[in-house]
Design a protein around this ligand. Structure first.
Ligand SMILES: [Zn+2]
Length: 156
């Protein structure tokens, strides 16, 4: 059996025997084959095609049913955890909006002796108004006293 073809690549028979895992190579041939497959992409592709036609191993216990059950359970958990929370929030909001007793916000009345800002502002504006009125009337009286009295002099 020739391990290599004339062009330097692995022969078809060598690839077939390698794929069938038959022990007919000595250590030197195994080393040369492994070394050639390590750097030659063409022979590696041919070896892959030969392996492709080999029968595949089947597992003793298939995990397909248990996997699909797990996937369904996980998706059910995701849906319930996401949408159940949102549904509970909407239910509580609607219950508060429509079902509950109306809530009125009443501002407590202040006692009369307790000072408040608006009452103080009212007092201050009253004081300012009174002082302005007094000032204006004082100025008016001053002008009244300074004006000459024509009625007393030229009445006759
Ligand atoms: Zn090659």
């Amino acid at each position: 059996m020739d391990l290599f073809r004339a062009d330097g690549h692995l022969s078809e028979e060598a690839l077939r025997l390698l794929a069938q895992n038959q022990v007919c190579f000595n250590d030197l041939e195994r080393l040369e084959t492994a070394e050639h497959l390590a750097f030659c992409d063409y022979c590696l592709q041919r070896y892959t095609y030969v392996l492709e036609s080999a029968p595949l191993l089947t597992p003793q216990n298939s995990c397909q049913k248990s996997l699909w059950t797990r996937v369904r359970m996980r998706s059910l958990q995701l849906i319930t955890s996401r949408y159940a929370t949102a549904a509970a929030a909407v239910t509580i909001a609607l219950t508060v909006l429509w079902g509950g007793t109306p809530v009125e916000f009443v501002r407590p009345a202040l006692p009369e002796d307790r000072p408040s800002i608006s009452r103080r502002l009212t007092d201050w504006t009253g004081e300012i108004r009174d002082s302005l009125h007094e000032t204006a009337s004082g100025i008016s009286n001053l002008f009244e006293n300074l004006r000459p009295d024509y009625s007393a002099q030229g009445g006759n």
